[in-house]
Design a protein around this ligand. Sequence first.
Ligand code: C5P
Length: 464
Amino acid sequence: MASITIRNLDDATKEKLRLRAAAHGRSMEEEVRLLLAALDVHAGPSITQISAPSSGLATGPLAGRHILLIIGGGIAAYKCLDLIRRLRERGAHVRPVLTKAAEEFVTPLSVGALAADKVFSDLFSREDEHDVGHIRLSREADLIAVAPATADLMAKMAGGLANDLASAVLLATDKPVLIAPAMNPRMWNHPATRRNRTTLANDGIRFVGPNSGEMAESGEAGAGRMAEPLEIVAAIETLLDITPKPLAGKTIVMTSGPTHEPIDPVRYIANRSSGKQGHAIAAALARLGATVHLVSGPVTIADPEGVFVTHVESARDMRDAVERLLPADAAVMVAAVADWRTANEAGEKIKKQPGAAAPALQMVENPDILAGVGHSKQRPRLVVGFAAETQDLLANARKKLDKKGADWIVANDVSHATGVMGGDRNAVRIVTRSGVEEWPDMSKEEVAERLAARIAAALQTIEV
Ligand code: C5P
């Protein structure tokens, strides 16, 4: 086959191509060939030797894979619309099955339109049984995903019931089954659900989530939120063992979360960082095959999957841990490290003295971990920092490139009104020496996925 000269493309197109190729774990030439092949498919009837799939893209990590998506009846069912879109943009064919209860939350019309397939819901439909049948539905799938998996559906699965289409399909299958539970935290922790969880895990059913956080019911919080669509996609890719690994063999050091700077044995200075963004980036990098060493400040979220985590409290502990983890191919410093600590940490709890003035805290500057790494003799090839600002975002971010010896600064506005600090969404700008890239508002998982792909692309080129 003739060779393709990527060099002659303009920079912006080259960059887009590089990101796309990295995300799929292919070379840029391979990516172009597959894109051209996909164009040919849509070029018209004159090209007959390539047949286009009726749904899903011809390319993408899930190209040609058939996912049977069972949507259970819970408030989280709305997230399945996005899940279907995500799966299809990766090339998967999605065949939806709705339980009767699910139809109370999403309509078969919207699900069918997004999946570009018929929606199945009835076990005793003469037409469906004639057309496909519940046994064929499960046989034709490469994987069955259940999202949201309600307490009721999990109980049915654990008990081997088959009194509706969803449960009959699940009992009839020998394919991998992934469930994304979603329910009230009290239901999730009920002894009956706990028993069912153990039974299902012993039966080889795989779980993604649930996550912890606020529930749809006001005032309710805890474990029970359905995993985000991108987390479900990642779990599906892992289960089908097809995740591209462009970062295989690369080591990345990261920081995430806040730091706690002690005042005395019981008090400390902290900030509002939740660690969500940094942890999501660590997980996304690990999914792309990197060996990720994450140094995490005190957070209440779970350690990211597939990542080596060192837990620390203060900025100085974080710095020491990071230094021990060098050398590395890249460093991504997301932690909201406290700029100052108290000059003299009290050995005993500071007591109130009647009539005495309130104690004055004397502060000293903390080590700048990012700058230390950026100017280190063991400097990784790619150094990425974050800039959380409430004013003059871009000007401050640009200054940080040199001051900290970073290649990229991911700048985000953390003014209270943006809800970024501790929230689930982020709108970032990537500031490099060649310019500023503005990304739209998206979930922190999505930011993580895009950033990981960009890092993979950068590490594949000679100069960063
Ligand atoms: O100077 P500023 O705190 O705005 O810089 C933010 C960036 O520097 C982040 O990447 C953060 O993780 C890193 N940083 C650090 N050590 C510090 C302060 C910030 O690594 N002491």
